[in-house]
Design a protein around this ligand. Structure first.
Ligand SMILES: [Zn+2]
Length: 380
């Protein structure tokens, strides 16, 4: 009996696994995979649950890896849901629930494909699944914990497919071969508070803040590269919180976010922003403190064997040649890329993180067929 990916998706959606809750999702997956001959190990760290599963010999010449997550984002406005968010109910060809697209259907489709594949045509090699319970959170103890544990236990992947939703509107239209880097910078400009009528006795931080934000946001970081859109710096907030009409404030704070391509590193961008901040501070006679938080560096798996394999399978099953994209936010592929070539392909992600998140039921089976073909072609 082939494993039904729709039923498995539904079972997973019924597990309330809002990050960092395991919610029963990994326990269920472990049970299903173990029954199908996979050796499963829970790799929990820092209160986060993760699951590693391998079929086949450790250290096999060809090991196909899959990375995904079973945690989901919070419900948001629960009253706005028209269907139970953990009900996995099907209406008009769509299965509803938090995680239906992002990405319990992806995990279910690959697990179903892998289980049937090893049962029907046992490959000369190994298949591993590294499934995390913390992709939507800080991800400090999620895929990173799995990769650390794998390195310590001589577990490897020759290639890795991440099953995040990658198609904007239509099944098969896009896959991701890289991602832009992402970082945030927090600035605090400090002057001297005073009476608005006696500015010579104060030091207003506002003009310095305005200049700094203008300097940073008006710089053209690049014009884009062969596989990436231009990098972008966005000012997200400038907070002074001054309710008075006669007081020069002492301090102003601002946050910027940068999405950067492969012409930059977070270190170089940090150095640039520090230089600009120092210059503005000197010019205006204020203090400027800067703190950065890096979510991930940009990376690219250059088009080649792995992207051809995935694109070929997608085209064979959907009739569409997927675009090789690097758009969107970060994903756990940013961790996997340090271990082996990684690409991402999954279904249409239109409703991810939304109220009434839903997946077209037919797409789950189609995704399983694509993943099955990928495994067939990889081990052929
Ligand atoms: Zn996701």
């Amino acid at each position: 009996m082939p494993v039904d990916p729709v039923a498995l998706t539904a079972d997973l959606v019924r597990c309330p696994s809002v990050t960092p809750e395991e919610g029963g999702a990994l326990v269920l997956l472990e049970k299903v995979l173990t029954k199908g001959g996979f050796t499963c190990t829970r790799v929990d760290r820092g209160g986060v649950c993760n699951l590693y599963a391998r079929w086949g010999r450790q250290g096999a010449n060809r090991t196909f890896g899959f990375n995904g997550h079973t945690d989901v984002v919070p419900l948001g406005d629960e009253a706005a849901w028209t269907m139970p968010p953990f009900g996995a109910e099907i209406k008009d060809g769509f299965l509803y629930g938090r995680g239906a697209t992002d990405m319990k259907s992806g995990v279910a489709a690959f697990a179903a494909a892998a289980l049937d594949f090893v049962a029907d045509t046992p490959p000369d090699g190994a298949i591993v699944l590294a499934i995390t319970g913390d992709e939507e959170g800080d991800a400090l103890d999620g895929t990173t914990a799995l990769l650390d544990w794998m390195a310590a236990n001589n577990e490897t992947m020759s290639v890795c497919l991440v099953g995040e939703p990658t198609c904007p509107d239509v099944m098969g239209e896009a896959m991701k071969i890289g991602r832009r880097g992402s970082m945030a910078a927090f600035f605090t400009v400090t002057g001297v508070q005073g009476h608005a009528a006696y500015p010579h006795r104060a030091k207003n931080p506002m003009p310095a803040m305005a200049r700094l934000m203008d300097v940073l946001s008006s710089r053209v970081l690049d014009e884009g590269t062969a596989h990436f859109d231009p990098s972008s710096l966005q000012v997200l907030t400038i907070d002074t919180g001054n309710p008075a009409t006669n007081v020069i404030p002492a301090q102003s704070k601002a946050t910027v976010n940068i999405r950067f391509n492969d012409t930059h590193t977070s270190a170089a961008l940090t150095a640039w922003m520090q230089e600009e901040a120092d210059q503005v501070a000197a010019e205006f006679g204020v203090k400027i403190a800067m703190r950065v938080k890096v979510s991930g560096e940009s990376f690219l798996t250059p088009p080649g064997e792995l992207s051809d394999l995935i694109a070929g399978a997608v085209e064979a099953e959907t009739g569409r040649k997927p675009e090789l994209s690097t758009s969107g936010g970060t994903s756990d592929a940013r961790f996997v890329k340090d271990h082996c070539p990684v690409v991402e392909f999954g279904l249409v992600g239109k409703t991810m993180h939304q109220v009434d998140e839903r997946v077209e039921v037919a797409q789950i089976s189609q995704l399983k067929a694509i993943y099955t073909r990928i495994l067939n072609d990889y081990f052929a």
